[in-house]
Design a protein around this ligand. Structure first.
Ligand code: NAI
Length: 431
């Protein structure tokens, strides 16, 4: 059955639901917004641009759920709780019309757990549609089918995501945290642990963020600044979800909890920007001057922020990762470690390097994706170093090595290396 999405019912009008509703209305769709809480619904309506508001109908889940039958896409964006979500889906399944499609915006619950025991129509029509926050700004839209989802349903979501919402569609699999957060959270959680010896040797957090930011093509928040932005509470939940759902042999198991000092920060409510400070905080002195402070992880006390010490350190990806200095070593351990991890995850989390690169560029605002970065570093050089360190090659570097080629992309990015060791046109990757 060919599906087409012209109207959207969003259930759950918090941060994500409100964003999805506003984006859909801005794309000219009729939109229904439902929540349990009247004030939340009203606040979500206020986020819809004024000129689009006549496309929007609002209501409460208990009183108005029947209205869902008038919409093509039923998008669930309620609290991250499996049994609450399943309960809602069971009710929705009785109401939604034939031919409609249904999705969850979950950031971590496996689709197979949501679908288990649900009617066949649900299992054919459901997907995970994972937007990033803020929906209006972030380009990434991860699309995850279940084992029994119809291809037409996936095509309809992909077409709507890219054609109507202007998002970058990435095809992900039903694996923990999908693509963007699987790799992005590995960078953050492994980074906290692997940075410890460098901190112990006197490298400052500011220098660590200085290395793990602009020079390698990552946003200037680096490592600690990024976690401040996301929140230590969110990172803790992500870690627990990883611990429960990562495959047994995954190296990420080493990094699913915080180091001790970070755990104490979390437990005392020092959660990041939203809580007035995490690794950094900004305040005003009594005379109105701006004061930037850092939370020193060694003394576990606040001190004045320092400027990063980067004298003599090359400010360019290819040079810094191989630079013979503590900063170069840090870049190799943390950032190189993340690139190796990404290279080990094809085909587990995505069919090809392209979907991984797109997810990281669009979801984490890296200038280049992990495989584009590896090409920049020179995959052969990376392979030599991994071998010299006595480690096994991750999957995609092994593929590249066996194929006897020198890069993941060729012909100016028009072709990518597949897991079969052959190059394929970029346009042939499902998009
Ligand atoms: P939120 O807490 O801002 O909003 C959730 C809303 O759902 C609340 O307004 C609440 O009243 C409502 N709600 C709870 N139970 C309900 C029910 N049974 N029926 C109707 N409404 C109900 O949460 P947020 O951040 O918008 O997250 C929603 C979903 O999106 C979660 O599954 C979350 O994991 C996921 N997500 C969140 C991201 C983020 O950065 N905040 C990013 C990507 C996904």
């Amino acid at each position: 059955m060919v599906r087409s999405i012209e109207s959207v019912a969003v259930i759950g009008a918090g941060t994500m639901g409100a964003g999805i509703a506003a984006a859909s209305a801005a794309a000219g769709c009729r939109v229904l917004i439902l929540d349990m809480n009247e004030d939340t619904v009203e606040a979500a309506l206020q986020q819809v641009a004024e000129e689009d508001r006549d496309l929007v109908v609002t209501g409460l889940v208990d009183a108005d759920l029947e209205a869902v039958s008038g919409y093509d896409w039923v998008c669930e964006a309620i609290v991250e709780d499996l049994s609450v979500k399943r309960n809602l889906f069971s009710r929705l399944e009785e109401i939604r019309k034939d031919g409609s499609v249904i999705s969850s915006n979950t950031s971590g619950i496996p689709l197979r757990q949501i679908s288990e025991g649900m009617p066949q129509r649900f299992r054919s029509d459901v997907a995970i549609t994972h937007f990033f926050n803020p929906v209006k700004v972030m380009r990434l839209f991860e699309l995850v089918p279940g084992d029994e989802t119809d291809q037409e349903v996936i095509s309809a979501f992909a077409e709507f995501g890219s054609g109507r919402l202007g998002k970058g569609v990435v095809h992900a699999k039903d694996t923990v945290n999908f693509i963007g957060n699987r790799i992005g959270c590995f960078f953050m959680l492994s980074g906290l642990h692997l940075a410890k010896p460098f901190l112990a040797d006197g490298m400052s957090q500011e220098t660590i963020d200085g290395v793990l930011g602009a020079p390698i093509g990552l946003p200037p928040t680096g490592l600690y600044g990024l976690i401040d932005l996301i929140g230590l509470d969110v990172m803790e939940l992500v870690g627990k979800n990883l611990a429960a759902n990562l495959p047994d042999a995954d190296v990420g198991h080493e990094f699913t909890s915080f180091p001790d000092a970070e755990q104490r920060m979390h437990d005392s409510g020092q959660l990041g920007r939203k809580a007035g400070g995490g690794f950094y905080r900004q305040s005003k002195t009594p005379d109105g001057e701006r004061l930037k402070e850092s939370f020193d992880l060694a003394s576990e006390d606040w001190r004045d922020a320092q400027t990063p010490h980067l004298e003599g350190v090359p400010m360019e990806l290819g040079s810094i990762v191989f630079h013979d200095s503590p900063e170069g070593e840090l870049a190799w351990k943390i950032f190189g470690g993340t690139l190796k991890y990404a290279a080990s995850l094809v085909p587990e989390i995505a069919d090809d390097v392209l979907n991984i690169d797109n997810a990281i560029r669009w979801g984490f605002n890296w200038v280049h994706g992990p495989f584009e970065m590896l090409d920049h570093l020179g995959p052969r050089r990376v392979i030599d170093r991994i071998r010299a360190e006595g480690e096994e090659l991750p999957m995609m570097l092994e593929v590249l090595d066996k194929a006897g080629v020198g890069s993941f992309y060729r012909d100016q990015g028009r072709e990518y290396l597949g897991i079969d060791g052959e190059y394929h046109p970029v346009s042939s990757s499902a998009d």
